[in-house]
Design a protein around this ligand. Structure first.
Ligand code: MG
Length: 347
């Protein structure tokens, strides 16, 4: 005979697939074995690099950069900023990155020249492939998917938060790299979230592929790639950059162990656990045993043995005690979030 818990679980799954299946992180709630967040010291200065950042440009030199052909960069350092030299080519970071948080400050030329795409054009390329457009978009209309803060040719910014020509501006970018299967098929697209001068302008948009002018690219040429350099565009305008730093973002940690499989509990074994235990209760609901913690917080039980359980969603265990008369006499509750508690059976 199938145990009542597994049958109940199947019913819950069937219902859940229609209406309200519980999403999962892979972890139970409040699991004390879940890794602690690493300590990072934030900068005291707005826009300053936190302690775990890789500083790519601090205003002094271009030691972290090369030209796109691998030669020494031809961009120049002026007044604590690096400046694009027209026709010198892109500047490319020596290090490569995948998922990251990027802070970059830029200023388009104070002396306004040209219009549309010809005014203060540069660009920040994640993995060397996905351009967040840099442009003087202050009172300078152009196609919206090519204005400042656009994911070039794909997504216009949500709003135009541009400052005046020559004024320093910021991009704060969260970049998730594309994922590929072992066969090289696209599993998930590159995703970009961008704040321009502190204003949200790209809200987790999935890139169609590497950005391009006039046409779209698919992900074919990137298959299997996990990292690429940060590059900054030379588009013929002397755009300046400063205070460039980046944090590598780690993959989300998965649990060490698989969830336990339901123990085969007979209906009689299940029934004898139902009752009052001080302020707590064991009830049956939809043919499942449920622990009513403090009488009012339902925690679904998963059988490990006839008298030992863990909880479906919360980290911890519940073990029943058997008295000299062979009857259930009490319980020991272990909840990572609430410590160890004992309760005697009271009915
Ligand atoms: Mg550009």
């Amino acid at each position: 005979m199938r145990n009542i818990i597994s049958v109940g679980c199947l019913a819950v799954l069937l219902l859940g697939s229609i209406a309200n299946a519980q999403l999962s992180t892979g972890w139970k709630s409040h699991d004390l074995s879940r890794p602690q967040p690493k300590v990072v010291t934030a900068s005291m200065k707005p826009g300053g690099a936190p302690s775990d950042a890789i500083v790519l440009f601090d205003g002094t030199d271009l030691s972290q950069w090369v030209s796109s052909n691998g030669a020494d960069p031809k961009w120049k350092v002026v007044d604590g900023a690096m400046e694009s030299v027209p026709r010198s080519g892109y500047i490319v970071s020596k290090q490569k990155f995948g998922d990251c948080q990027l802070h970059v400050e830029f200023a388009t030329p104070k002396t306004v020249k040209g219009s549309g795409q010809g005014r203060g054009n540069s660009g920040v390329f994640l993995m060397g492939e996905f351009e967040v457009q840099v442009l003087d978009s202050f009172e300078n209309p152009t196609y919206s998917d090519g204005s400042a803060g656009s994911i070039y040719g794909q997504y216009p910014p949500l709003v135009n938060a541009s400052r005046k020509p020559g004024e320093w501006q910021t991009y704060d970018i969260v970049f998730k790299r594309p994922r590929f299967s072992e066969k090289g098929e696209l599993v998930s697209a590159a995703r970009l979230t961008v704040f321009h001068n502190g204003v949200l302008i790209q809200d987790g948009n999935d890139a169609l592929g590497p950005t391009n002018w006039i046409r779209f690219n698919d992900y074919g040429k990137m298959a299997g790639k996990t990292e690429g350099p940060l590059s900054l565009q030379d588009h013929g305008n002397p755009v300046r950059y400063r205070n460039i730093w980046l944090r590598n973002l780690e993959e989300t940690k998965k649990p060490k162990t698989e969830a336990a499989v339901d123990f085969e509990l007979t209906p009689a074994d299940a029934e004898r656990l139902v009752g009052q235990y001080g302020g707590h209760r064991i009830i049956k609901s939809d043919e499942r045993l449920v622990f009513m913690f403090n009488g009012n917080t339902p925690l679904t039980m998963v059988g490990l043995a006839a008298t030992k359980f863990e909880f479906k969603e919360s980290a911890g265990s519940l073990e029943f005690e058997i008295g000299d008369d062979g009857k259930i006499s009490g319980m020991v509750i272990r909840l990572d979030a609430a410590g160890v508690r004992k309760a005697n059976r009271t009915n």
